[in-house]
Design a protein around this ligand. Structure first.
Ligand code: SAM
Length: 247
């Protein structure tokens, strides 16, 4: 049956592309990519010739129509983003929903995901986490979002760009308890990979000490609400479940 394959690609280190991903990308009739020029470099590096079509946040609705027509014509299509797993803080989620609605199988080809890579090396031992992704770009909205996460008892996982890492960490430190731990995971799998853990109250000064520490791409993880505060463990667990279902 013609299918859409959601294929994870490396975060930086090309060796992180799986054998299955390579075989699949070489076999499909077309690859829908967030940035075709960026993805062409990856495909060239692993020696794959493929037909690329653009599917990004600005054309997703139109491009998915093209993907569905290809599936209806019996073709297999892969979906990739610039780095990591498509549809996770990346284009693709709406395309996946539409393809499923159209009745075609959607098959994940798992691999790199920045949040999971950072969590795996974070040392947080709680059973579970809350994935936030990108916070709002405006400070008032950003602080309100952080405030709404304050009672959650599990680690909070954020994505951040170099442009806003200092503001993001400053707002986390302003709204949440300074004794919580923060993990800053920078440039994962790349040459200047850095993963540090410290009390949240020290993180603003740590970043300011060296401009290199604000360069690159970031996953930020902050430990959950301290056990002594809030609603109690069971109430927090229920609240976390309810909050996770909110849009
Ligand atoms: N879909 C991707 C995934 O599976 O992780 C995430 C895409 S999102 C548009 C890009 C964000 O992911 C970056 O701003 C950063 O927060 C995070 N990210 C991507 N690559 C990273 C890396 N090598 N090191 C740290 N964070 C990274």
């Amino acid at each position: 049956m013609p299918s859409l394959y959601v294929v994870a690609t490396p975060l930086g280190n090309l060796q992180d592309i799986s054998l299955r991903a390579q075989a699949l990308l070489a076999a499909v009739d077309a690859i829908a990519a967030e940035d075709t020029r960026h993805s062409q470099r990856l495909l060239d590096a692993v020696g794959i010739k493929a037909k690329l079509l653009a599917l990004h946040e600005h054309n997703e609705q139109v491009a998915v129509g093209q993907v569905i027509r290809m599936l209806e014509a019996g073709q297999h299509v892969a979906l990739i983003s610039d780095a990591g797993t498509p549809a996770i803080s990346d284009p693709g989620a709406r395309a996946v929903a539409r393809v499923r609605e159209a009745g075609f199988p959607v098959v994940p080809i798992p691999g790199a995901c920045a949040a999971i890579a950072a969590l795996s090396a974070s040392g947080f031992v709680e059973n579970g986490f809350h994935f936030v992704g990108f916070l709002a770009t405006r400070q008032t909205a950003r602080r309100a979002e952080i405030e709404a996460l304050r009672a959650l008892a599990v680690p909070l996982v954020f994505y951040e760009s170099p442009h806003r890492i200092a503001e993001c960490v400053a707002d986390l430190a302003a709204v949440l308890e300074p004794a919580r731990d923060i993990v800053i995971a920078r440039e994962l799998t790349k040459l200047y990979e850095q993963i540090v853990r410290m009390p949240l109250g020290e993180a603003v000064a740590w970043l300011a000490e060296d401009p290199n520490r604000s360069r690159g791409e970031f996953v930020v993880i902050v430990s959950g609400a301290p056990a002594t505060e809030g609603l109690g463990v069971e109430a927090e667990r229920v609240l976390a479940l309810l909050l996770a279902d909110l849009p």
